[in-house]
Design a protein around this ligand. Structure first.
Ligand SMILES: [Fe+2]
Length: 312
């Protein structure tokens, strides 16, 4: 039997964590890249196909109807990985949002500031087809099939922009903090609060299907759930999951749990409600009410802090 080819001999592809094109871009410090479409291998294409096909039924059952409408508007096809340019042609006229290819992790100020400009930093690599559920980092399926359809909804898009203005408020407050431990603590806390809010809404949020009926059915709008074959049903059906109304105080002090299914999820009534909540978050920030949130996940890295401090 022939030995498996060593990585150096493998034909180029765009598999998560082992794409030379991406490693090179990162080594050059390039955050924004072009989507190198010709590098997707047949295996990458087949992974996309399998991922999209198997979500068909769970989405029909559990996804928020705005997501399903967005999916239809973007014309995502199971037979090929989408070209970001094509998606943007459909999306930009709807809300001004566009998907912009990035080489990987984006420091948090840069990420939020992209949202303010209606750009969504979008991963172009795709997970290893041998491990469809395992995700060492976001991939194009999570970003494009999980996030991007939501960006066709004007109220949701406005809520994302509002995260960007909240981040700008945090950067403004942090001006001149680099040498002041107390101010750095404050900034770390502000970033942690925003990240938790984002996590429990944009990534893992639930919504009432009919806001006027508080006991109405729950649907999923969080992209971490929408892109997970296993967790989407668990989020709605599992009796052990705690599902609570979205309260800012609770959310910003709630450490994220990142490597297993979420035991605690938060519910909003509508995307207008979400927008109001993000606006309230910004007010809390300006009033100093996010300066000392509970410690714990997510970690705030040096790169995250520097991205806020460089702003001024
Ligand atoms: Fe995400």
């Amino acid at each position: 039997m022939a030995a498996a080819p060593r990585p150096a001999e493998r034909p180029p592809d765009l598999t998560t964590t082992r794409a030379p094109f991406i490693e090179e871009a990162r080594a050059q410090g390039e955050i924004y890249i072009e989507q190198p479409y010709e590098l997707y291998s047949p295996e990458n294409q087949s992974t996309w196909h399998r991922l999209l096909e198997r979500m068909h039924d769970p989405w029909a059952r559990y996804a928020n109807h705005r997501f399903l409408e967005g999916m239809a508007k973007l014309h995502l096809a199971p037979d090929h990985i989408p070209h970001l340019d094509e998606i943007n042609r459909f999306m930009q006229p709807l809300t001004g949002f566009r998907a912009r290819a990035v080489s990987g992790y984006v420091p948090s100020y840069i990420f939020f500031d992209c949202l303010r400009r209606r750009e969504f930093p979008t991963t172009v690599t795709i997970r290893d087809g041998a491990h469809l559920e395992y995700l060492p980092e976001p991939d194009i399926f999570h970003d494009v099939a999980g996030h991007v359809p939501m960006h066709t909804d004007p109220a949701f898009a406005n809520a994302l922009v509002r995260f960007g203005t909240a981040a700008a408020a945090a950067a403004e407050r942090a001006a001149g903090s680099a040498q002041d431990p107390e101010k750095l603590h404050r900034l770390t806390s502000n970033i942690r609060a925003m990240s938790r809010f984002f996590w429990f809404s944009v990534e893992f949020g639930l919504m009432r299907s009919t806001p006027e009926r508080p006991a109405g059915e729950l649907k999923v709008y969080g992209s971490g759930l929408l892109s997970s074959f296993g967790e989407i049903a668990h989020a709605i059906e599992a009796p052990e999951v705690e599902r609570r109304p979205f309260e800012i105080e609770r959310v910003v002090n709630q450490p994220c749990e990142i490597d297993h299914y979420q035991p605690l999820l938060f519910i909003v009534d509508s995307f207008d409600h979400l927008y109001e909540l993000v606006s309230e978050l910004e007010r809390w920030m300006r009033d100093g009410k996010l300066d000392d949130v509970a410690p714990g996940e997510p970690a705030v890295s040096e790169a995250d802090l520097a991205s806020f401090l460089r702003k001024h």
